[in-house]
Design a protein around this ligand. Structure first.
Ligand SMILES: Cc1ncc(COP(=O)(O)O)c(C=O)c1O
Length: 243
């Protein structure tokens, strides 16, 4: 989305490939690119989508320290991660943290928010469209916040299920699941099998995400979102059948 939005706005967009072995930030390349291009804004997803990992905390801090522009940490999946840069906000005047209620199961509300220093928020408010959050969304979000224990419980359950699915995936021959701090798991199939497996699962009524067309580090990769226990069980059973 960041590339798509940058392209729509006619902005220069530069992405830096992650390290191949662990999907972490390639810090030397990032720091060099920052020095060369002096970006006005850097977006880092924490946890990252679709790899699911948390980038190195110290690498992100180095990026925040060297960047002259804004660094926006996209914490869409933070509820599943137990990690955040909100605590680092007071120490850095170029840091913003962005969140959404989407991953809590409220994607239809279309509600996101940004946390940062009043001086930056004041500037963002100048360019925010008037009435950009409708009344129904506001009411629903208020209701959700008043009942946050339901969401906390759901999040906990998803994290427990994630551990189970991770173990089950890695127990399958030809599958390598990557550790995830999000509500999905990225996994690698045998060479050139990802799309076949994706389609076979779809035929059995199970829709996951085929990442393999993106190539590069995502070659042969699929991404499954953690669901209810019975959905996860159905996925694993169907996957065994497809291998
Ligand atoms: C990393 C990341 N950030 C933000 C979002 C945006 O979520 P939404 O537009 O539903 O708030 C997504 C959605 O998939 C995401 O993967």
């Amino acid at each position: 989305m960041y590339k798509q939005l940058s392209d729509c706005l006619g902005l220069n967009y530069l992405s830096i490939p992650l390290q191949a072995d662990d999907f972490d930030l390639d810090l030397p390349v990032m720091l060099e690119a920052i020095k060369t291009h002096q970006p006005s804004v850097i977006f880092l997803a924490y946890p990252n989508n679709p790899t699911g990992n948390l980038f190195s905390h110290s690498a992100i801090l180095q990026i925040i320290n060297i960047a002259k522009g804004l660094v926006v940490i996209d914490e869409a999946y933070a509820p599943f991660a137990n990690a955040s840069f909100i605590g680092s906000l007071p120490a850095h005047n170029n840091l913003l943290v962005m969140r959404t209620v989407s991953k809590l199961g409220l994607a239809g509300l279309r509600l996101g928010y940004v946390i940062g220093r009043p001086a930056i928020i004041e500037q963002l408010n100048k360019i925010r469209l008037p009435y950009n959050i409708n009344s129904l969304t506001q009411l629903s979000a208020n209701f959700a916040l008043c009942n946050h224990s339901i969401f906390d419980h759901q999040t906990l359950k998803i994290c427990e299920e994630r551990s189970l699915v991770f173990k089950q995936l890695n127990a399958l021959a030809g599958i390598k699941a990557y550790p995830s701090a999000a509500n999905f798991i990225l996994f690698k199939t045998a060479a050139e099998q990802a799309t076949r497996i994706f389609l076979a699962l779809k035929q059995q009524g199970i829709l996951i995400k085929d990442m393999s067309p993106q190539g590069s580090l995502l070659k042969d990769c699929l991404r499954v979102t953690i669901g209810k226990p019975e959905e996860n069980e159905a996925f694993i059973t169907a996957l065994k059948y497809c291998l």
